[in-house]
Design a protein around this ligand. Structure first.
Ligand SMILES: *Cc1c(COP(=O)(O)O)cnc(C)c1O
Length: 400
């Protein structure tokens, strides 16, 4: 069937946001990315990881947009995030990835939040509390197949296999594991983790299996299992050395020009004279700095964009101001108030993150977490669940 999609509106930034840096969040792109994931995924469901306030983009609006598109399961870090999310998606299944932590077991039950138990001690604590309450407690259990971060390591898995009564009282919804080298498909560690996950879960009580984060969805059915836990791909962030097609960046970072000035050759710009001008230069100062999550190193060799023109950074970044060399711009193109683009679909974060040697999400979470956001959404109809292509047809197409 055909679905109508309104394009991302690119109207002006409304007051009061117009006077400063803005991160526009394209909720339609997030929904489109979700549909891309569903078309590729051959398991039961693509669920959404919206931990850390949806990577900074805003857990509530993101979850609401995805829920309207038929996504009914969300993963956040902990009970605090789950409680904040709950009112936005009253009917959704919410998992807390970091397990019980120091929170009381019954707090999860009361909030209808499923903890992803992070070790055998948590399994025992949860089971004990469930038996005490006389009511089965829904949980997921994480297995540490190699990341060394959370989950039962091999020894604890063996103890659980030997004594399955340890889970009496628990309603195990899902076995979870997470790859340590998801960004490098060729890394043999991935295969070792998958083999362990399969071997262990074959000997544990039956429940849905969830290994895949975003990158695994694009690796093909052998990596899918039952539930995909996709974060990055929803936001159009590439998390694999192998290009993942069909994703649209859901963010656009822009900032207005505050001042334009002509400076002579030989002058320096920025703290400690870090930018030395080798020619007479028009310098535009923009309302954006490291307090908006822009790492100062981005400015070394980097550029923003005005219209279709690249404008190099000059003079480093300060807390809330950065300078651009706009000398080569056609006359009249840049004025006070002109918005320049730092990141968007044409200037995505991945190459910059590569250059800085950080994960793209390290950039996204810093920027999105600190910059005022404007949500853009289609005015068109709610995305019907029927837009999902026939799953059997997808599976056949993928495996053929
Ligand atoms: C963050 C996270 C995910 C989502 O990873 P993406 O690569 O962003 O899709 C999935 N599972 C766990 C356990 C995570 O911590």
């Amino acid at each position: 069937m055909t679905c109508a999609w309104a394009p991302w509106e690119t109207g002006p930034i409304p007051a009061p946001l117009a006077s400063g840096p803005v991160l526009e969040v394209n909720l339609q792109a997030i929904v489109d990315n979700h549909r891309t994931l569903r078309r590729r995924f051959t398991g039961t469901a693509v669920t959404a990881v919206i931990k850390s306030d949806a990577y900074g983009l805003g857990a509530q609006p993101v979850a609401q947009a995805l829920a309207k598109a038929g996504c009914g399961t969300f993963w956040v870090n902990d009970l605090i995030e789950a409680l904040a999310l709950r009112p936005a998606v009253p009917k959704a299944t919410i998992y807390a990835l970091q397990g019980l932590g120091v929170d009381a077991v019954e707090g999860f039950r009361a909030a209808g939040v499923i903890p992803v138990l992070a070790g055998l001690a948590e399994v025992e604590r949860a089971a004990e509390a469930a038996r005490h309450a006389g009511a089965a407690l829904p949980v997921a259990i994480q297995l540490d197949t190699g990341l060394g971060r959370l989950g039962l390591p091999a020894g604890e898995v063996e103890r659980l296999i030997a004594a399955p009564e340890l889970t009496d009282g628990l309603d195990i919804r899902c076995w979870v594991s997470h790859l340590a080298a998801f960004d490098r498909p060729e890394d043999p560690l991935n295969d070792r983790q998958r083999a362990l996950f399969e071997a262990w879960t074959a000997r544990l009580p039956p429940a849905a299996l969830s290994l895949a984060a975003s990158a695994c969805v694009f690796r093909g059915p052998g990596w899918h299992f039952d539930l995909a836990r996709a974060g990055s791909a929803h936001f159009g962030v590439q998390t694999s050395a192998r290009w993942q097609p069909g994703l649209t960046a859901a963010y656009r970072l822009t900032a207005p020009v505050l001042r334009i000035v002509e400076l002579p050759a030989g002058r320096t710009v920025g703290y400690r004279g870090v930018g030395r001008l080798v020619r007479p230069t028009r310098v535009a100062t923009i309302d954006l700095g490291y307090a908006n999550g822009l790492p100062p190193a981005v400015t070394r060799g980097g550029a923003a964009r005005i219209g279709t023109h690249a404008v190099p950074f000059v003079g480093g970044a300060s807390m809330s101001l950065t300078m651009l060399d706009v000398t080569d711009l056609p006359e009249g193109l840049v004025q006070v108030g002109t918005r320049c683009v730092v990141f968007d679909t044409d200037a995505p974060i991945e190459p910059v993150a590569d250059r800085l040697g950080v994960a793209p999400n390290a950039l996204l979470t810093q920027i999105a977490g600190t910059t005022p956001k404007l949500y853009r959404a289609t005015t068109g109809p709610v995305v019907p669940d029927r837009c999902q292509p026939d799953r059997a047809a997808t599976a056949a197409a993928v495996s053929s």
